[in-house]
Design a protein around this ligand. Sequence first.
Ligand SMILES: [Zn+2]
Length: 342
Amino acid sequence: MALRDIKGHVSIRQLIARAVTRDTLPPCLVFTGPAGVGKRRLALAVAELLNCEVMANAAEQPNPDACGECRACQRIQRGVHADVLLIEPGETGAIKVDAVRAVVDQAAYRPFEGRRRVVIIDDADRLVPEAQNALLKTLEEPPECSVFLLVTSRPDMLLPTVRSRCPDLRFGGLSTGDIVDLLVHRHEFEPAAARAAAACADGSLAHALETGSADHLQARQSAAAVLRALAPGPNPKQRLEVGKELAGGRRGGKSSAAADRETLTRRLRALGTLFRDLQVVSSRGEPAWLSNADLVQELTELARSYDTERAGRGYASVDRAVHALTRNASPKVVVDWLTLQL
Ligand SMILES: [Zn+2]
């Protein structure tokens, strides 16, 4: 994968391309930031850029990037390039010292087939302390032709001695639009389901992919139905009816207490994104800020009933409700409380 094919992270991509042009890429880097935003993918793109046969003279290019098609690029994509080493947790969930010793030994030699040896350690927070210590000496005196990229969403789990030797590149979340694009073009989501999933994803493709595409769409439909039913400010009895509907299990799916709790949490998260969007609409914010941009017409109609203040209160209440659910509060109690707040 070339840098140009990575979604988001524009400034990080530019920084890396510039560093490669000037030959100032540090020999070790930590890629930090939320899970599921493309850190590992970008690390592999760096490996391609450094070894692409067409890009052999990166120093002469203003915007260097891998071709994605030469023998080296293809071998990296297939995971069989001898100089691009990917280490990740084994079955135990940990990265043990033996795995690190093996790459440290290799890193001392010149690359076999490429220009630079690139060692990518994914989920580097899973390195056991002994493995981190085994890595230290190499990070202190990195071999000339090797680059170490440590990828993690938990940099606090790395030893301070490791962190102090590796500059951080901090990744932010992806935009909703980028996530929709990835879901539709790489994960075969229908556009409507992709938008519903992206709206609740908090900038993480991994979050969007965690549940089935149909589940996201269903959750958003339930959440929108709640907003419509509560728009006129009904009496308490009607509110409890709405709550019952909201807390009901997924139709047509298998039902269990845990699954129902999961379904409710998903619906509430979707409701939260709709309230956030209603705040945007009722305060005449930019349409580009909407998470559910495809529902703009419905949101505009709902905004007549939900002004900025009501939408803000709704968002805060949903947030509290989701928090209570993750703390094992009873779904019925949470929903009954919530519907009276909205
Ligand atoms: Zn290439």
